[in-house]
Design a protein around this ligand. Structure first.
Ligand code: FAD
Length: 437
């Protein structure tokens, strides 16, 4: 029998540097080999064969393949249902231990539980670590030892707890000789996965100190070319380390940027502690709202043909590049829930299909915030005015014209709903729903 291996199951942590699970595997004393599984359950649910996330994954898995080849090793890549893949891997390799990093989504937690049990039955150790969050689960709790459900006190505690200790890198590079020495497996292609390339470059995985210097002033203005970092796809798939990024923000004393990273942790822990948010309103009384759910209106919103230029610009940016500026995500989401009275879950699912940075916890948190049903909701009677938002955050319509060039032409549609009427209708509908409880 050959020497037992340590397998590192990479998922949302596609990097060889500063990776907790990989570090513990490299220190395990067994030869180490990374594994990536293209989850068939997730890929089969995607109805568009042009998908930026799959394209990014293929690109990044091949990058790991090349980096590992230089170290005399390789990455095992499989396509299938994770539990079936693990059954096959157990038959193919002599496995001593499996290492992986935590994932807070309901599906992932169930999957990991099942695989942990399968491995335990075969006498294989399953070791999991925190990696994608700075603080997770019960690391930032209120004085009563309960999870925070409001961001501001959470962020205060988060920042007070954030010593350099939590931002230390895992020095995987010190153990580069511990990879299993083997021939490289063949590289993979998008076509192997049944997908086609979108063919646009992805944003860089670095943030400049200059951006961090100006972030506080620029971040709300979608027309500015580098108003935000565009790192979300890298944070989503772990091609950048959250600890390195937070260290950089801390060194630049950029409290606003750190605050955004704190929102990310906040929503991870909300999802982990309150898994009902995947299906229901965080505040269950909001499930009493009688949504209008008009399909034609939903289609207009999806296509960016509402007649509200800032909403249309945002939706077309999303449809075209798979990313939308945060300020505009808030405006478009609010418009769907409040102006059109369409269930936030419809909008959440549409963003889920289109966003290259789609992340269940942040997307759900953002949508529930916009619907008013979430942790940090503004009072329901505060309804964003899309015209006023555009005047404030895109005063010269530069962003609008980029995505809606026909905005001043007669062909551009009139607003699909009157703002004052829609605002009052939303307030009345919410009031009625909340009066029931
Ligand atoms: P930057 O402003 O440069 O921020 C840096 C990083 O901080 C981001 O990459 C992200 O990881 C994190 N971050 C910033 N704002 C938030 C926030 N409000 N909540 C959680 N993390 C945050 N973000 C996602 O990563 N995936 C999503 O699916 C997602 N869906 C959203 C849906 C709605 C309705 C709303 C209002 C927000 C959503 N966000 C989501 C949060 C935010 O819009 C994006 O993280 C941000 O626009 C990504 O661009 P950036 O990397 O340039 O952000």
């Amino acid at each position: 029998m050959s020497e037992p291996l340590s397998l590192v199951w990479l998922r949302r942590d596609l990097r060889l540097h500063d990776n907790a699970a990989l570090y513990y595997a490299l220190k395990s004393g067994r030869p180490v080999i990374p594994v990536f599984i293209f989850d068939r359950v997730i890929l089969d649910a995607l109805d568009d064969r042009l998908d930026r996330r799959v394209e990014f994954l293929v690109q990044e898995v091949n990058r790991l393949h090349d980096e590992l080849a230089k170290l005399g090793s390789t990455i095992i890549v499989r396509y299938g249902k994770p539990v079936d893949v693990w059954k096959e891997l157990i038959e193919t390799y002599t496995i001593g231990d499996v290492f992986t990093n935590h994932d807070y989504e309901g599906y992932a937690k169930e999957r990991d539980k099942a695989i942990g049990e399968l491995l335990a039955e075969r006498g294989i150790g399953f070791h999991t670590s925190k990696d994608q969050a700075i603080f997770e689960r019960d690391e930032v709790l209120s004085g009563k030892k309960t999870p925070y459900t409001v961001f501001t006190p959470y962020s205060r505690k988060w920042k007070d707890t954030l010593t350099d200790f939590y931002l230390k890198s895992y020095p995987t590079e010190n153990y580069s000789s511990h990879y299993w020495q083997t021939k490289p497996e063949p590289a993979i292609t998008l076509a192997d996965m049944g997908f086609q390339p979108v063919g646009e470059p992805f944003p860089a995985e670095t943030v400049s100190d200059k951006l961090l210097d100006t972030y506080n002033e620029t971040r709300d203005f979608p027309a500015l070319p580098h108003s935000t970092s565009q790192l979300s796809i890298h944070l989503r798939f772990g091609t950048i380390s959250i600890r390195e990024l937070a260290r950089q923000a801390k060194a630049a004393d950029d409290q606003t940027f750190l605050n955004e990273l704190c929102w990310r942790d906040f929503y991870f822990q909300v999802l982990d502690h309150f898994p009902h948010v995947e299906q229901y309103s965080f505040r269950r009384e909001y499930d009493q709202i009688e949504w209008r759910n008009n399909e034609d209106e939903f289609d207009k919103w999806c296509r960016g043909e509402t007649g509200y230029p800032i909403v249309d610009a945002g939706m077309r940016q999303l449809n075209t590049i798979g990313w939308m500026h945060n300020r505009v995500r808030m405006i478009t989401a609010s418009f769907l829930c409040k102006h059109l009275l369409i269930d936030w879950r419809w909008g959440e699912a549409y963003f889920g299909k289109k966003l290259r940075d789609y992340d269940l916890s942040a997307n759900n948190g953002g949508w529930q915030w916009a619907a008013g049903s979430g942790t940090d909701a503004a009072p329901y009677f505060r309804v964003f005015n899309p015209t006023a938002q555009a005047q404030r955050f895109d005063p010269k319509s530069v962003y609008i014209r980029q995505w809606v060039p026909e905005v001043d032409k007669p062909s551009y549609p009139k607003p699909m709903v009157d703002h004052a009427m829609a605002r009052q209708r939303a307030i009345d509908t919410y009031r009625k729903a909340l009066a029931k409880v």
